[in-house]
Design a binder for this molecule. Sequence first.
Ligand code: HEM
Length: 134
Amino acid sequence: MEKASTITPELIEKLVYTFYDQIRQDALLGPIFAAEIKDWDHHLPKMVAFWSSITLKTRSYNGRPVPAHVKLEGLTAAHFDHWLELFEKTAHDIFTPEPANTFTSRAHQIANSLKMAIDVQRGMLPGMEGALCA
Ligand code: HEM
């Protein structure tokens, strides 16, 4: 299939649905999503709205990503690395490098802020582990 050089609503939908198809079959991440998401018909359109708001400025997403992830117990950097790896692969399968990088660079930024929020929630402000344990 020829890769797309423009981000459209249809291709965002394709990206999201293809990505979560893979996530659901993934040995590391699949069980986490299976335990949390009861209604995929609600989650997937929400994720389409999320990426549309970021890349097409549609303002169609108004959820709160931080609490959705902070509540997941046992998430590690390895989970985020693997999520990003799968997402990057899907984005580059569908899009030419420039639009694919628009998605992946935002995904990396957001993953970093989610990891930071999780660390703070666990009482481990980066670089302050010693201070907090003292
Ligand atoms: C370790 C990697 C990740 C895991 C295991 C994970 C898991 C989840 C789960 C289980 C939910 C559903 C929570 C619920 O509905 O109660 C969720 C929601 C969501 N995730 Fe992730 N996620 C990961 C990384 C990311 C990243 C990197 C992004 C953004 C680039 C992201 C964006 C979102 C958004 C926007 C929602 C919807 C939050 C809302 O309800 O408004 N996730 N995630």
